[in-house]
Ligand binder design. Structure first.
Ligand code: F2R
Ligand code: MG
Ligand code: MG
Ligand code: MG
Length: 355
């Protein structure tokens, strides 16, 4: 199998950053009107050159701040780069220190309790605070999935991708509906890095992996305890397959079947669907936007947890299309984009070194 190039690593981290920074402007709105979103995006494009003034090319205004999604993704990446492999103690420490340094990045309501416990010198098992969340049920939020892209950018072996996606998520999300979402998102990025996978193969592979992942006792009992059918992620992937066979799918059906919420189960499949659907043109999205831009626009247009759905879909699309589809004016509108490019290069070097 040919080794993925640097462009895919840069595309992945840039796509994730774009999704978070652009999506955060609309997070929590139940309805996002497409004309408003398109007009906001137009404002990111370079101003036309003024006579005798500055040349076109610089983005207008202040940069768009990233949120918890990127703050935690950066901790994942920085830990992997510092330790050259997954290290749960180091990663947990980085999550907690990062939260302490900048607590106002828009973290989930409950996960901050995990950080507070991790910061205590009494904490000897870094997985314990996550296990205690929600009366011992653990969080099923999408926080483990939103930050996981660094794992498949270091590990090329699919068993390693699953193992370390799970462990990285379990530092905050002990419910299998939380960490299985992280595994699914990591697998999607892993597959997107591969050369030219078709929509159909991509989805078939995800389904066959997730049917395994979700078949263990804890996954079955966590799903049943919350009133879900067995193999809930796999079922939603099959629903995506049905959607992709239709000539058009109304937004209401996407929201009903897949969701736009803060739970991993109501957002990771939505991100994957958005990526696959946006491989093709969309009659509602102007044709001058490329497939990566279309993916992010579509995710945000769904409303709800826009930053997180767009960051996950952006990571997948960026890994698939590469940095060629990352528009400089969008990227330069985002906080810390240059550091993101440097991190992508270091991850690429580590990935190659480990092959
Ligand atoms: N926190 C937000 N957005 C809300 C505010 C944004 C904006 N400023 C606005 O006001 O509109 N975004 C960030 O949080 C999500 C990731 O959350 P994470 O890391 O999974 O956190 P947590 O706290 O573990 O879970 C999130 C919520 O899910 C519910 N939940 C989870 N497990 C549960 C369980 N076992 N039982 C019941 N509820 C459970 C809780 O409501 C949690 O608070 C991303 O969107 C990120 O961008
Ligand atoms: Mg966020
Ligand atoms: Mg990451
Ligand atoms: Mg969010």
């Amino acid at each position: 199998r040919p080794r993925p190039g640097l462009a895919r690593f840069r595309g992945c981290l840039a796509g994730a950053l774009l999704g978070d920074c652009l999506g955060a402007v609309f997070e929590g709105r139940s309805v996002v009107k497409l004309p408003e979103l398109l007009s906001f995006l137009k404002g990111l494009e370079p101003a036309p050159p003024e006579e005798g003034g500055e040349a076109a090319g610089s983005a207008r205004g202040e940069s768009l701040p990233y949120t918890d999604d990127t703050a935690m993704s950066r901790s994942v990446v920085q830990s992997l780069l510092a330790k050259q492999e997954f290290d749960e103690v180091d990663m947990a420490k980085r999550f907690a220190e990062e939260y302490k340094k900048e607590p106002n990045r828009g973290y989930g309501m409950a996960v901050v309790n995990v950080f507070k416990k991790l910061l205590s010198p009494k904490c000897s098992d870094v997985f314990e605070p996550a296990r205690a969340q929600f009366n011992g049920k653990g969080s099923y939020g999408n926080g483990g999935a939103m930050r996981v892209a660094g794992i498949p950018l270091v590990y090329s072996d699919i068993q390693d991708v699953k193992k370390f996606a799970k462990l990285s998520a379990e530092l905050t999300h002990a419910n299998s509906l939380g960490y299985n979402g992280a595994i699914l998102q990591a697998l999607a990025v892993h597959l997107a890095l591969q050369e030219g996978l078709s929509k159909e193969t991509f989805l078939e592979q995800l389904i066959s992996h997730m049917e395994h992942v979700e078949a263990d006792d804890k996954s079955l009992s966590d799903a049943r305890a919350l009133g879900f059918e067995d193999l809930p992620f796999s079922r939603r992937l099959k629903k995506i397959k049905e959607f992709l066979e239709l000539s058009s799918v109304p937004k209401a059906d996407v929201l009903f079947e897949l969701g736009n919420g803060i739970a991993a189960l109501r957002s990771v499949p939505t991100a994957i669907y958005s990526f696959l659907r946006c491989m093709d043109a969309d009659p509602d999205i102007p044709a001058h936007y490329n497939a990566l831009q279309r993916t992010i626009i579509y995710c945000i247009s769904l409303g709800g947890d826009t930053d997180t759905i767009a960051t996950m879909a952006g990571a997948i699309a960026g890994a698939y299309y590469g940095e060629e589809q990352v528009p400089p004016s969008w990227e330069q509108s985002c906080e810390a984009f240059q550091e993101t490019q440097r991190m992508a290069k270091s991850l690429y070097e580590l990935y190659c070194q480990r092959l």
